[in-house]
Design a binder for this molecule. Structure first.
Ligand code: ATR
Length: 277
């Protein structure tokens, strides 16, 4: 049996096991996807242990993605982004531990599947943390003109410099949002009910693409986007496609994205039901 796993701390809320086990089953593979709580200082031991035990692949989540860069042989994109979310083993005589970042690809696919054209588009990313970095690099490499707006303007400027984009503060959003072809929220604002939106609904326009990386609930931003007749994309699509890409790296097989999408949405509904009861 092939063993895959996600490592992180905390890890109990990860949707990856439900999503990936549904995919492995649909592909007819004799495999299991597990989750392990691993503290940052134990990541090296955990990776070596997983390799020694013949694991077939790993995902990494908070707070391990950055630390992994010092341990694994990361590809160009993961190094540029500064974070590894997918690990593979072996494939060569040295049995190297290789690192990738599929988060940006997940966002790219989420956008393209909804009909977005990336090349020469004006993409406005709100937030300048880990998710923003992965998306900014990926969209910039695909030929988008990237702008980044962040609460801390200096952090936006720093990232913008690295992707040949422009950096702004949040007080520029009223001018930036109407001009954007693609608007992406990567901040945590919207995760909790009642969070005040950073984006006024009146700045949105029909046909604009509005992508919120938050996936635990339908955010006020996406509700506003739907009312404004913009194209609203939720964070489940990004979660699914980053996982699909990881599965393809490990197995070489095309991942069943539709099965993975349903598994995530089912798991989220179950979670809501459990919370309400
Ligand atoms: P992630 O890795 O998920 O992107 P992160 O690195 O912690 O998370 O980044 C969180 C992002 O959300 C940052 O851009 C942060 O802004 P700052 O860089 O100014 O801290 C943004 N963020 C978090 N809470 C926010 C809030 N209440 N209002 C505006 N931006 C917020």
């Amino acid at each position: 049996m092939k063993i895959f796993a996600v490592l992180g701390d905390p890890i109990s809320h990860s949707l990856s096991p439900a999503m990936q086990n549904a995919a492995l089953k649909a592909l007819g593979l004799d495999a299991q996807y597990l989750s392990f709580r691993v503290a940052k200082e134990n990541l090296r031991d955990a990776l070596m242990g997983a390799r020694a035990m013949g694991f077939s692949g790993l995902n990494l989540t908070i707070p391990l993605k950055e630390t992994a860069l010092e341990i694994v042989i990361a590809d160009d994109l993961a190094r540029a982004i500064g974070a590894v979310n997918t690990v593979s083993f072996g494939g060569d005589a040295k049995n190297e531990i290789k690192g990738y970042n599929t988060d940006g690809f997940g966002a790219l696919m989420a956008l393209e599947m909804a009909g977005a054209k990336i090349r020469d588009s004006r993409a406005l990313i709100v937030g300048a943390g880990g998710a923003s970095r992965a998306i900014a690099y990926t969209l910039s490499r695909k030929g988008a003109q990237v702008s980044i707006a962040n609460r801390s303007r200096s952090r936006a400027m720093e990232l913008a410099d690295r992707v040949e984009g422009k950096g702004f503060g949040l007080d520029d959003l009223d001018k930036l949002v109407p001009r954007a072809d693609i608007l992406i929220n990567t901040t945590s604002v919207g995760m909790k009910e009642g969070d005040p939106s950073l984006i006024d609904e009146s700045w949105l326009r029909p046909g604009q693409i509005v992508f919120d990386t938050i996936y635990n609930r339908r955010t006020e931003l996406l509700e506003g986007a739907s009312r404004a007749k913009a194209v609203a994309i939720d964070g489940v699509a990004m979660l699914v496609y980053q996982g699909a890409k990881a599965l393809e790296i490990w197995t070489g097989l095309k991942a069943p994205a539709d099965v993975m999408d349903s598994a995530v949405r089912d798991a989220l509904r179950e979670r809501e039901k459990a919370k309400a009861s």
